[in-house]
Design a protein around this ligand. Structure first.
Ligand code: ADP
Length: 438
């Protein structure tokens, strides 16, 4: 038992003892005891009133008292002081956070679980023109109405950012990223990426223009080299150099074509259209025929078409991506090793295109980088086999435009597996579509 309780009980005992002594002198024991209890209760009532007054008043120091009441006053005082200190600390943290985010050049908004605006910094006010306090409490999609952004909000996948045109100035570009935190709250970060976007566009234009300009001289050179190679009177000493020049000219042509294709894909900012059905079984059969023709039967090609489904997208882009994968399988497999191509439905309603080879394979540490432009595991093999270093970059862009994913599994010396997974919303019934069109 605490000291406070002991002194309180001692006080009560002293009062009762006083009552007994008084009864010995004056009689009326019961009345005397009752009087002692009333006195004790009166003290408790007075202390209760003092506690009540102190709680209501702004006075900081607790009223002076002893026994259990003194203990209660002190304990409560300590609690109140601790609470005030943590409130102050919290307020300081919030103030610092607000000052830091207010000074940030990027816009920051705090959203609730329904994406309603709870708070924002000055940069956000500028970037999406939050006009007044009435914008607070509104869903952010009322102010930023871009369908891309609305789809991003609804997707629930906030690992990446989304780029849109500014809602207040169409010539500007904004990058928005949602960061979930705490109890179903979100931070929406907005960055003006107009300058970066212009620089990227300049780079793309430069690459596209330079590639375009290189095309004509290359065609002329190629033409002359072809005629020289066909010339029966050509000095035999020149035959080998001419063949080498032809091969290099062809390489440069491939490079220019791939660069043009890549810059076209990069310029297309929207996803591939969903209204063109592509007959995938027919496309894969055509791809098989073309590849076998080009490779002169050096590798047996097995094609397993297990699904009659097609895809909604752009036929020549899909052809280009899938043929890059099949060509790679051929180029990175020793002669005679088979390549297997499969087209099948997936359990999630999507569809999957797979290329499996038994070629040189790729070491695990290279896998994260092979879709980067000009990344090659073995540069000499790539160049010798006519590679441009851009094939998988093209594949990545085409798949991204079709909402698809590329998975690669590979073991050095064993072979590789490239799997393109297309989402269910891209899959269509080719037969149904044919009938629709008839
Ligand atoms: P490249 O024109 O050099 O083949 P890609 O972009 O098509 O360029 O491929 C990038 C690199 O990935 C290649 O240089 C090669 O090292 C590796 N690679 C791609 N496909 C395969 C494959 N099927 N087997 C082994 N390595 C591959």
């Amino acid at each position: 038992m605490s000291r406070a309780w002991i002194s309180e009980l001692l006080a009560l005992a002293a009062l009762l003892l006083g009552a007994v002594l008084a009864a010995l002198l004056f009689g009326h024991l019961a009345w005397m005891l009752l009087l002692a209890l009333v006195l004790f209760l009166a003290r408790w009532s007075v202390q209760l009133v003092r506690l009540d007054r102190w709680l209501r008043s702004r006075r900081r120091d607790p009223p002076a008292s002893w026994g259990i009441w003194g203990h209660l006053f002190d304990d409560y005082y300590r609690l109140r002081r601790r609470h005030n200190e943590s409130k102050k600390r919290l307020a300081a943290v919030i103030r610092e956070f607000r000052e830091a985010t207010a000074a940030m050049p990027d816009g920051t908004l705090v959203l609730d679980r329904e994406f309603r605006i709870l708070w924002c910094n000055n940069a956000a006010v500028e970037l999406i023109r939050l006009t007044n306090r009435s914008d607070f409490g509104q869903p952010v999609s009322n102010l930023v109405r871009s369908p891309r952004f609305v789809a991003y909000l609804e997707s629930g996948d906030y690992d990446t950012a989304v780029e849109i045109r500014s809602p207040i100035d169409q010539s500007r570009r904004l990058m928005l990223r949602l960061v979930p935190y705490g109890n179903e709250q979100y931070l929406l970060m907005i960055r003006d990426v107009t300058r970066l976007h212009r620089l990227q566009a300049m780079r793309r234009d430069f690459v596209a223009n330079a590639s375009h300009e290189l095309r004509s001289p290359l065609t002329v050179l190629g033409g002359y080299l072809d005629s020289m190679a066909d010339d029966r009177d050509l000095d035999p000493a020149w035959r080998r150099p001419v063949r080498q020049m032809q091969a290099q000219c062809q390489r440069m042509n491939n490079l220019v074509n791939d660069l043009l294709e890549l810059s076209r894909l990069e310029t297309e900012e929207t996803d591939a259209p969903m209204d063109d059905p592509v007959d995938m079984p027919a496309l894969i059969r055509r791809l098989g025929r073309d590849t076998v023709l080009a490779d002169a039967d050096a590798h047996p090609l097995e094609i397993a078409i297990e699904s009659e489904h097609g895809l909604l997208g752009v036929e020549n882009e899909l052809y280009s991506a899938l043929s890059n994968l099949v060509n790679n399988a051929f180029r990175y497999s020793p002669e005679g090793r088979p390549v297997r191509v499969t087209w099948r439905d997936e359990a999630d309603g999507g569809a999957c295109f797979t290329v499996v080879d038994q070629g040189v394979g790729i070491d695990r540490r290279h896998l994260p980088f092979i879709t980067q432009r000009f990344y090659r595991v073995d540069s000499s093999h790539s160049r010798a086999s006519g590679g441009t270093g851009l094939g998988l970059a093209i594949v990545k862009h085409v798949l991204k435009r079709h909402g698809a994913r590329l998975d690669v599994e590979s073991e050095p010396g064993e072979g590789s597996l490239f799997r393109c997974h297309f989402p269910a919303e891209r899959v269509c019934s080719t037969r149904g579509r044919e009938q629709d069109r008839l």
